[in-house]
Design a protein around this ligand. Structure first.
Ligand code: ATP
Ligand SMILES: O=c1ccn([C@@H]2O[C@H](COP(=O)(O)O)[C@@H](O)[C@H]2O)c(=O)[nH]1
Length: 240
């Protein structure tokens, strides 16, 4: 691929659920290795890459709350799940020779560095992939919100949401098979139409900071790099 990348610094939100592959739970190392290779390809284009990884393959706080458990404890467990995924992804990236640092919103200094904006920017400028673990560090949020927050803090030019589907549809395509797919939308349209591919707080934060959101399938090998040069299949959410 010879085209010049569209962005100098991006934030990838990598689906946690994707990491379990065809298993019902946990981490399929082959899948993590493949996603790491896709990130390495974008890094090789000299793009600075931050990554927020979800935790849906291991734990979501709402699952506890729906069974009568304590939501905050459930969310703490979900945040820990994102740290597990971040460590797995960092391991796969390092195997490929990609300099990578994990920064967690929840302090656990024996395992990884704690997040600070200053440290993160420093790592990015030195060419390291930075994986933001622990979400926002607060319950009642999701890693989509963490992605929008870290993108704003890092001055990222775009959020790339690598998820289970290849874009934003008129309804959840997993539930409504004849839902239609959008090529482009504005942040307001995503919010006003109630398109639930990303949570409201995340879309609102991206809108306030004029950060485009590009939704694509993380299951398509090489798609991340294609999108960086304006190719590939995705829905683009932007102000105009
Ligand atoms: N209008 C819509 N267009 C596209 N997908 C939608 C829409 N509404 C709901 N969805 C669903 O949203 C899902 C993405 O949500 P979510 O962020 O929870 O999953 P994820 O990317 O796997 O993240 P994680 O596992 O890290 O939480 C898609 O897989 C899709 O089924
Ligand atoms: O800022 C955050 C981010 C995440 N959580 C909890 O973690 C899980 C997993 O994240 P997903 O975005 O769903 O993949 C989430 O369901 C929350 O329980 C959080 O509390 N705060």
């Amino acid at each position: 691929m010879t085209s010049k990348p569209l962005f100098k610094r991006v934030l990838l939100k990598a689906s946690g659920e994707a990491l379990m592959g065809s298993q019902g739970f946990g981490i399929d190392v082959a899948v993590v290795d493949r996603i790491a290779a896709d990130i390495a390809a974008v890094r090789a284009m000299d793009v600075e890459v931050g990554v927020v990884v979800g935790g849906g393959n291991i734990f979501r706080g709402v699952a506890v709350a729906s069974k009568g458990g304590d939501r905050v404890t459930g969310d703490h467990m979900g945040m820990l799940a994102t740290v597990i995924n971040a460590l797995a992804l960092a391991t796969s990236l390092r195997k490929l020779g990609v300099d990578t640092e994990v920064l967690s919103a929840v302090s656990m200094p024996d395992i990884c560095q704690s997040f600070s904006q200053r440290a993160a920017l420093n790592h990015l400028k030195r060419g390291r992939v930075v994986i933001f673990a622990g979400g926002t560090g607060n319950p009642f949020f999701t890693t989509d919100s963490a992605a929008a927050l870290r993108a704003a803090e890092m001055g990222a030019e775009a959020i790339l949401k690598g998820t289970q589907v290849d874009g934003i549809y008129s309804a959840d395509p997993k539930k409504v098979p004849d839902a239609t797919r959008y090529d482009t939308l504005t942040h307001d349209e995503v919010l006003n139409k109630g398109l639930a591919v990303m949570d409201v707080a995340a879309v609102a934060l991206a809108r306030e900071n004029s950060i485009p959101i590009i939704v694509f399938s993380i299951h398509e090998e090489g798609e991340f790099a294609k999108i960086m040069v304006g190719e590939g299949r995705a829905t683009i959410v932007r102000d105009h």
